[in-house]
Write a protein that binds this ligand. Structure first.
Ligand code: AMP
Length: 378
């Protein structure tokens, strides 16, 4: 690898695989700091492509495009876990790549991710790996009903998941997913869901953002509340576990660890090798936001201060809003303590993340109350 000396400073070109909203916010942060940005995404009109200096319109496995990206950029990162690990390896022949292909390969497949968590002593919901129909009945007996059958790869926002009560339902769901490898998970009684977004540098320095408390609707994040309403002990445990996950993965970059709180104890749900939806509150409420932090970790700069400046509630704006006559932006923007972020997506499909807003207030309860009022008024 023809690696450039670290830190990589403004004026250099940074690259990102994926042109969605996470790539867009990375691009804005990088350009604000004076870097040039090259985005690789197959879509002609992607949220990040709109903001980038250069948009390479090609597939993630396109060798010529990867070579061009790797040669033009001092460093390349990713905005999503489903990028082929082979593409990251290919890029690493030309430039600095973070996170590593090895880390992404573990977390992009639920079977590998859950097995890795278990082997490394992190508590999870009970689970069994499913590779064939014959695995289903004994797995359901082990994890207990009700359970969730989840496809191992390419599932997100509750997609590729089915609730299972009986072996017959499990077989029907498995066939419905085309017989692809799955994970069968015991359905746990959630008291709360929380997440920790953190950055880790090459030297092992870690900066953890404050814990977010997350509420989902139909498997999709609806609201994040910060600070999370958890005890100090639980917060400390979550931070320690998130950090241990990053350390043991040898992770470099920004990542998120999602937790379930069950019976007062933590279970790791998922690891995301990138900034996370539950970290969007950092854009307006922290000294450094998660995308600047991604730039810093990628460029080998010292990490920024993740300190919270104000209690905040973040609300996702889904495409469903457009079905009902379009969002009332005026209502939202009439509030001086609400910050709107839209992703530049043209087609507003139900369930599609179109943007989000952050409500900053004197305490989390006040921020949440206004956030819910605005979500319903939108
Ligand atoms: P996932 O895509 O696996 O993060 O699942 C999306 C959402 O479904 C989670 O944030 C939870 O709200 C819910 N969920 C997922 N797995 C379980 C489980 N094993 N028990 C209870 N709820 C779950």
């Amino acid at each position: 690898m023809s690696s450039k000396p670290l830190p990589i400073l403004p004026g250099a070109t940074l690259g990102i695989l994926g042109g969605g909203q996470l790539g867009r916010m990375f691009t804005i942060a990088a350009r604000t700091m004076g870097y040039k940005v090259m985005v690789l995404d197959p879509d002609a009109d992607s949220p990040a492509g709109q903001m980038a200096d250069v948009h390479l319109q090609a597939d993630y496995g396109d060798h010529a495009a990867l070579k061009r990206l790797g040669e033009a950029c001092a460093a390349v990162t990713t905005e999503f876990e489903n990028v082929p690990a082979a593409s990251l390896i290919e890029l690493a022949a030309h430039c600095r790549v973070s996170p590593s292909a090895a880390a992404v390969a573990i977390v992009q497949d639920r079977s590998h991710e859950k097995s890795w968590l278990r082997e490394h002593g992190f508590a999870t919901a009970p689970f069994e790996l499913i590779n064939s129909e014959a695995d289903l009945e004994p797995a359901l007996a082990n994890v207990g009903a009700p359970a969730l059958l989840k496809v191992a790869r390419f599932g997100y926002d509750g997609k590729g998941q089915a609730r299972i009560d009986t072996p017959d339902e499990a077989r029907a769901a498995f066939r419905g997913f085309g017989g692809q490898p799955c994970v069968l998970e015991g359905f746990v009684r959630l008291e709360r869901e929380i997440s920790v977004v953190l950055a880790r540098s090459d030297t092992g320095e870690c900066a953890l953002f404050p814990i977010a408390e997350n509420r989902h609707d139909n498997g999709i994040l609806d609201v994040s509340i910060v600070p999370a309403r958890v005890t100090d002990t639980l917060a400390q445990q979550a931070r320690a576990m998130a950090r241990a996950v990053a350390d043991q993965l040898g992770y470099v970059g920004v990542m998120a660890v999602e937790f379930f709180v069950v019976g007062g104890r933590l279970m790791v749900n998922e690891i995301a090798p990138r900034p996370h939806n539950s970290g969007h509150y950092t854009l307006d409420a922290c000294v450094t936001d998660q995308f600047e932090q991604q730039v810093r970790a990628l460029a080998g700069l010292p990490l920024g201060d993740p300190r919270l400046l104000s209690p905040v509630a973040m609300v996702n704006i889904l495409g469903d809003r457009w079905q009902e006559g379009g969002p009332h932006w005026g209502t939202l923007l009439a509030h001086p303590n609400i910050k709107l972020h839209l992703y530049g997506k043209q087609a507003a499909r139900p369930g599609r993340k179109m943007g989000h807003f952050n409500v900053l207030d004197t305490d989390a309860a006040a921020a949440l109350a206004l956030a819910e009022r605005m979500r319903d008024a939108l």
